[in-house]
Design a binder for this molecule. Structure first.
Ligand code: AMP
Length: 190
């Protein structure tokens, strides 16, 4: 089983690359942001709660996010491996993921991080906002808050995985194909 955390700030290209990598390596792709958006669209209780945080560019609380992630993993008992996109985003989430993998007699094999400068991220997200229909892409202040939230709570996870020798940084600027190639070089060695 190959379990990969695809990491990086908002706008780094995680969603785009995860869609390609899941096909290439036959992995189950779990994007916590996508699951929240699905719940918002279907007006569930979880969706209403998540929206109140997402619209401000803040993270959804850990307990809610961790329970949801566990349920998504458990829906796929036959998985060949997982590609986690947008999770973990806090130290508590990383610990919970580690326990979940232990329970499955498995582990996270690598965190592969897309590295992109902040001003490029803002530009990409503003562009995406013209077509994505995402409320949190439509407003520059919310975009900047999401990036600030990343530095406050998420960036420290690099160190968490570096300490386990599982961190791999990849240049996230270039064509989609070139970036897939860079990520694949890391994944092929796992
Ligand atoms: P994303 O689609 O990954 O950009 O996530 C969009 C929004 O969903 C984030 O700004 C958060 O509000 C929320 N979200 C997604 N994943 C998580 C997570 N792992 N922990 C907390 N909030 C999350």
């Amino acid at each position: 089983m190959k379990n990969i955390v695809l990491f990086g700030p908002p706008g780094a290209g995680k969603g785009t690359q995860a869609e390609i990598l899941k096909q290439k390596y036959q992995l189950v792709h779990i994007s916590t942001g996508d699951v929240f958006r699905y719940n918002i669209k279907n007006a569930t209780e979880l969706g209403t709660l998540a929206k109140s945080y997402m619209d401000k560019g803040h993270l959804v609380p850990d307990t809610v996010t961790i329970d949801m992630l566990k349920a998504e993993v458990e829906k796929n008992p036959q998985a060949n491996g997982f590609i986690f996109d947008g999770f973990p985003r806090t130290a508590a989430q990383a610990e919970a993921l580690s326990h979940l993998m232990d329970d499955m007699n498995s582990q996270i094999n690598a965190m592969v991080a897309l590295e992109v400068d902040d001003e490029i991220l803002v530009g990409r997200l503003l562009e995406r906002g013209k077509v994505s229909g995402r409320a949190d892409d439509a407003n520059e202040a919310v975009i900047r808050e999401r990036i600030a939230e990343y530095y406050r709570k998420t960036d420290i996870l690099k160190e968490y995985y570096q300490n386990q020798n599982k961190y791999h940084g990849v240049d996230g600027v270039g064509s989609i194909e070139d970036i897939t190639e860079r990520l694949s070089k890391v994944i092929d060695k796992l």
